[in-house]
Ligand binder design. Structure first.
Ligand code: SF4
Length: 501
């Protein structure tokens, strides 16, 4: 059994992730951060171009698969089964990794996971590590912890490298530098990359070649690598990383010591289950039929690859999410980013507005599930409202996570938490209460309908004749008011359908 904590469906919530460590929270609410992002026209142009390109590729390759819906059902079912017996699967995984020469560490939270990795690197005597792109290590702020311990982390995924050299934060799950244009990347490389050719152009091939030259040197001298994992197979103890560039494979094979940090939800029962996810993931994420590089490793093999392997299993709020019947389905996420690419809110604001390392629709549910909703001023409390609830995310999700339903549940939880901390009702709460009173009575509803009809006299060419008081003027300042009909539906029904008395 995992020491120190016990994931299980007993309804007992584990501790919330500490937002003070790592990158699970920004310092401003979503509306405030989104307001600034919306004013950045270059950001919006970069995002619109990138997301529409990936969207198009995804739609094309998904349409080629006749049993796509059956695959989605299979992916969803495997994940649901894995979550239902997570403690047993994790124990099975631990036993299999240990049997093949690996060492397993359990981390309750970000601070514990960082301390484990820092100690492991220190024990090797190395003062630098190469890193495979990993959401889990960003979530816990591992780079900052390594820096603080005098160990230099080198990101090797091209987009992550751009983010790291630009002292920036990732803004997309798959394309962390999606908010940067070619010219900006050239500037960053010219400024930050040691020994770069000063005549470097912003041609993508030239930029990729510069990164390759820089990284090759790092790969050849690094003795320790840190990776994430896309999946972990419990029956064999096998870890998997899928990627497009091959840099990950260099990290996974060249160094002497490999440390993998993985969220506990990444475990799947059998090798056979990989078959489903290795079809769902590439088509949903990059719009490719299969990943260019799929690396799998199981413990250590004498004389071949890293000779020391450590697996750090991270909770950091996941057992908290697991105890929530609907919320636990957020843990099914395979981080494909398809939901980000179809989200009208993400496309306009970009990932930084969400504050967390998990942006977009999945971030709007996963982050509050991991950190909890306080009902206070916590920036993450605004995330469940960062959605139009259009449902596009649900339609594309390869493992059928019902993101809109979870958003609605989280909004309800937030409203309840808010009610405890605020004695006076918010304007929305007061308006909803008044609407509930009107709609509860047939006569009241009919009268309200007729009264609303009179409001049409106050609107001309889509604008109120007299200025409305705040906050209603905020609505009409940027939108036309709809033309109100001269007759209510009830009156029309009575006039045209009711039998004469
Ligand atoms: S929620 Fe679904 S669509 Fe979004 S990243 Fe996760 S698996 Fe992909």
């Amino acid at each position: 059994m995992p020491r120190g904590w016990a994931p299980g469906p007993a309804g007992v919530r584990g501790p919330a992730a500490d937002t003070g460590v790592g990158q699970l929270s920004g310092d401003r609410s979503f509306p405030a951060a989104a307001h600034d992002a919306l004013a950045d026209t270059r950001l919006r142009a970069n995002l619109a171009h990138a997301t529409s390109t990936i969207r198009g590729k995804r739609a094309q390759v998904v349409a080629e698969v006749p049993d796509w819906e059956a695959l989605r059902d299979a992916g969803s079912a495997i994940k649901a089964d894995a979550m239902a017996c997570l403690p047993e699967l994790l124990e099975q995984l631990e036993a299999a990794v240990v049997a093949r020469g690996g060492v397993v560490h359990w981390a309750r939270d970000a601070a514990e996971a960082n301390a484990i990795v820092v100690d492991l690197v220190k024990a090797t005597g190395a003062d630098e590590v190469v890193k495979v792109k990993s959401m889990a290590t960003q979530e816990i702020g591992l780079n900052e912890a390594l820096d603080a311990a005098g160990i230099t982390p080198h990101e090797t995924d091209l987009a992550e490298l751009i983010v790291q050299l630009g002292r920036d934060k990732p803004s997309h799950i798959l394309v962390p530098a999606i908010h940067r244009g070619r010219a900006e990347i050239r500037e960053i490389f010219a400024r930050e990359m040691p020994g770069v050719d000063p005549t470097l152009t912003d041609d993508p091939a030239a930029l990729a070649a510069a990164a390759r030259t820089h990284l090759r040197e790092v790969f050849l001298r690094a003795r320790v690598a840190v990776s994430g994992a896309n999946f972990a197979v419990a029956e064999t103890g096998t870890l998997t990383v899928v990627e497009s560039e091959g840099n990950g494979r260099m990290c996974l094979t060249l160094p002497e010591v490999l440390i993998t940090v993985m969220g506990i939800e990444k475990v799947i029962p059998t090798w056979r289950d990989l078959e489903v996810f290795l079809q769902l993931l590439p088509r949903s994420s990059t719009g490719e039929r299969m990943n260019p590089y799929t690396s799998t490793w199981t413990g250590v093999v004498p004389g071949d690859g890293p000779q020391e392997f450590h697996l750090v299993l991270l909770d950091n709020g996941r057992t908290r999410a697991l105890a929530d019947e609907l919320g636990r389905t957020a843990l099914h996420c395979i981080r494909c980013s398809a939901c980000l690419n179809v989200c009208p809110v993400y496309e306009r604001t970009g990932g930084h507005a969400y504050g967390s390392v998990y942006p977009g629709p999945i971030g709007a549910i996963l982050t509050p599930l991991l950190t909890g909703l306080t009902g206070g001023d916590d920036p993450n409390d605004s995330l469940p409202y960062a959605s139009s609830l259009c449902g596009a995310c649900y339609d594309v999700c390869p493992v059928k996570i019902n993101i809109p339903d979870i958003l609605v549940q989280l909004r309800a939880e937030h409203t309840e938490a808010h009610a405890d901390t605020h004695r006076l009702p918010s304007p929305e709460a007061a308006a909803m209460k008044a609407a509930a009173w009107v709609m509860a009575d047939d006569g009241r509803f009919a009268k309200a309908g007729r009264a609303a009809g009179w409001a049409r006299h106050g609107i001309r060419d889509g604008k109120p004749v007299l200025p409305l008081p705040p906050p209603l003027n905020g609505w009409t300042a940027s939108r036309d008011a709809p033309a109100l009909p001269t007759e209510t539906f009830r009156d029309w029904w009575d006039r045209t359908r009711k039998a004469p008395q």
